[in-house]
Write a protein that binds this ligand. Structure first.
Ligand code: SF4
Ligand code: SF4
Length: 433
């Protein structure tokens, strides 16, 4: 792709990197059919190739971006399906992240959007604040209409019940059962431990049952993805540095074989810390080490070789790929193989590479597009339910889990909850016992 950056712009290392990335794009358009927003809107400007052009123009022109370009950048889900489809290796993830940061620094948003984004940044990454906000939203539901359409829609998304924390507060060590095979750190997440604490409980039971000592550090918090996707790169780096410091301390103390992450969106972010902090003299090297140590839970389970079970009366499972796992980390088969090995029959959804519309805080900021995408995904699931004996939906990311559960009465669980159940743990609470 031809670029027209000025000499002064080209002296900026970020522009040099962006230009090198842009030059890989050969305009082939293979990414278009993979893109959820293009498939809904049919507008090239809401496709990966279109966004690449628009962002290039925005950066070449400099200054405040055209609000129309901002709207197309904002509509991108960061689902990364375009990266999976691109034959030329265009790194769309880093490209759109740079674009979001540029918009954040150079664009004055309408006041409501600005306040909403500031509120999300203040609340979502902190479990205590998030829990309080959900409790307030729950009580505000009957009068939500008084707050205007946009805010009412967000208030109405709050779950009906908010579960109390179940794991002890503070740093913990959960010893391995039998011979210790690995010592791993578990990231509990921020939103996940509020919305579905049973996922971390199941993960700890499963890991310890199969020989892992599990370390939880009280100093590890949000991965930073929620702020990163809002263009607030400095805040994302601060979260990354804080987590790197805590895990490095653990690595140098008792040693760590891996950092286990059971929310795919967080895993994609932590695996990218090496890039996020590549120019940071104090944290660059440690960030590389932490990114290398980071594993999705399915990667660790593959190493632990769970025993095969004889299929008994376990229900058939519809498996939903989280974009962050499928496109962000390239993990598709291990969770399916593990579910089959544990005795579940796995049923596929048509168009499985399409995003469900969750995408971090996307469903709060872009409710119309998110609504169309979840309707399409649930329509596909309804078709599968009517033609198969599947009774539950499993996925590997809390955002997808909540998004799917918002529109179906079919129980939605994390893959790890099923694996825990099949190997001796309790049946997940939302399944018929
Ligand atoms: S990240 Fe997803 S929504 Fe954004 S351009 Fe790529 S495929 Fe489309
Ligand atoms: S698939 Fe890759 S090379 Fe082709 S248009 Fe899309 S980004 Fe460019």
């Amino acid at each position: 792709m031809k670029t027209e950056f000025t000499t002064a712009q080209r002296s900026n290392p970020i522009i040099q990197e962006i230009e090198a990335n842009l030059r890989k794009c050969v305009h082939c358009g293979f990414c278009l059919s993979a893109c959820p927003t293009y498939s809904v809107l049919g507008d090239e400007r809401d496709s990966p190739r279109g966004r690449i052009y628009l962002i290039k123009d925005m950066l070449e022109q400099g200054g405040a971006p055209n609000p129309e370009i901002v709207s197309h950048v904002d509509r991108c889900l960061s689902c990364l399906a375009c990266m999976s489809a691109c034959p030329s290796g265009v790194h769309y993830q880093h490209y759109i992240d740079h674009a979001r940061a540029y918009v954040e620094d150079h664009h004055q948003r309408p006041w409501f959007d600005g306040v909403l984004r500031a509120a999300l940044t203040f609340i979502l990454p902190y479990a205590g604040r998030f829990r309080l906000a959900l409790s307030l939203a729950k009580f505000a539901k009957p009068i939500a209409f008084l707050f205007g359409t946009k805010l009412a829609a967000i208030i109405n998304m709050a779950p009906g019940t908010i579960q109390k924390p179940t794991l002890p507060e503070g740093s913990q060590i959960y010893p391995a059962e039998g011979v210790r095979k690995k010592r791993v750190a578990l990231m509990l997440g921020c939103a996940q431990k509020v919305l579905r604490p049973s996922i971390n409980e199941a993960t700890i039971r499963l890991l310890t049952r199969f020989g892992c000592e599990v370390v939880v550090s009280k100093d590890v918090g949000c991965c930073g993805a929620l702020t990163h996707h809002l263009g607030k790169d400095d805040a994302a780096r601060d979260f990354a540095k804080s987590n790197i410091t805590a895990w490095s301390r653990e690595f140098e103390g008792g040693g760590l074989d891996a950092i286990v992450i059971n929310a795919a969106g967080c895993g994609t972010e932590v695996k990218d810390y090496a890039y996020l902090l590549k120019d940071d003299l104090a944290f660059g090297e440690a960030a590389q080490k932490i990114s290398k140590l980071s594993k999705d839970i399915s990667e660790i389970i593959a190493d632990l070789e769970l025993p095969s079970s004889i299929p008994t009366d376990l229900p058939d499972v519809i498996y939903h790929d989280a974009c962050s796992l499928m496109h962000g980390q390239g993990i598709t088969e291990p969770p399916r193989q593990q579910l089959r090995k544990a005795g579940f029959n796995v049923v596929e959804i048509p168009g499985r590479h399409f995003c469900c519309g969750s995408a971090g805080s996307y469903n709060l900021l872009q409710p119309e597009m998110a609504g169309q995408l979840i309707d399409r995904r649930l329509g596909g699931i309804d078709g599968v339910l009517s033609e198969s004996s599947a009774e539950i939906i499993a996925t590997g990311n809390i955002g997808c889990l909540v998004q799917l559960a918002s529109g179906t009465s079919t129980p939605v669980v994390h893959t790890v909850e099923l694996l825990d159940w099949a190997t001796g743990g309790p049946c997940p609470e939302n399944l018929p016992h």
